[in-house]
Design a protein around this ligand. Sequence first.
Ligand code: PLP
Length: 376
Amino acid sequence: MKIRYFDHAATTPVREEVIKEMIPYFGIEYGNASVMYSLGRNAKKALNAARRKVADAINCNPNEIYFTSCGSESDNLAIKGFAYANKNKGNHIITSKIEHHAVLDTCKTLERQGYQVTYLNVDRNGFVDLNELSNVICKNTILITIMFANNEIGTIQPIEQIGKIAKENNITFHTDAVQAIGNLKIDVKKLNIDMLSLSGHKFYAPKGVGALYVKHGIEFEKIQDGGEQEKNKRAGTENVAEIVGLGKAIELINNELEDYNRKQRELRDYYITEVEKNIPNIKINGDLEKRLSGNANISFRGVNASELLFKLDEYGICASAGSACSTSNPMPSHVLTAIGLDQELANSTLRVSVGRDNTIEDMKHLVDKLKEIIKN
Ligand code: PLP
């Protein structure tokens, strides 16, 4: 049976070109990047080339990039590392109610350690309110951490305005851009972003590699003890092969963004239009304009999304009922709850996220099977 994959927000397949670039670093180029002899220097060179590619993709300096093991680690390092290093300046952090758990749970941990966190509301489309943001800033506020684009509903936040508010108030601004990188062109300087988290497996690099951008001059502490890798900010021998893969993948996708987005949008919009035409009692979640080009999040009233997923799987169709990181959690999604969905509607929601290899024929197949399953 042909697998039709519509869960690119959960993870993406690794591109052939990326695998090819990585292979030598699993084999003949096995050196540790911290050692002095040539094998180690080759690894170091490869790390630096990847660092340059990541930096070019977001318009920063390569020495502002720190490699990590994933997006979650990047979020933890940015938020905890910054909070610990700046606790003499204040203890208040602002975030939103629809962040990924890598941010929300990090904030909860900091609350237990005496920090104060404000969780901003979002409106029905998932946007934070800039007036509310300005109003909750106080003299103790040290950090604003608001995601670039939401992993469930795809809504893209007004990042430039948030960056401006942070700058005007002399507050550091971190954004979890795990879903945005590889989908949107991001210029950290133009957007006044001080720290940014990204993760390779969302843009056709392997799972288990990420990066954190920290603007020069921003103080943050390492949160994992050990060696002095990554300018003594992230202990642990660098995963050279995967970092090489991350560099290649971000370079490739950034060069193709326009075409990639156009194609994704066409397929996604076709799917939404056909669902609207053919299936009653639906609700499209998230903003229709300011959303990730591959994301469609639709509630099918009266349908149990978990059962729907099992049925779709029988036809080789992979999609998601919420974010992949919380599929074992029977509670309704905190994102859908925050935008006002009741529990029943939240639990009848399907996220379809389109990617590079999808075709119009895939979308037709998906709509046909959805119609059939829901009718029955
Ligand atoms: N932040 C967002 C918005 C995400 O969507 C994810 C993963 O789905 C993460 C953080 C965590 O990234 P990783 O899976 O690399 O730890």
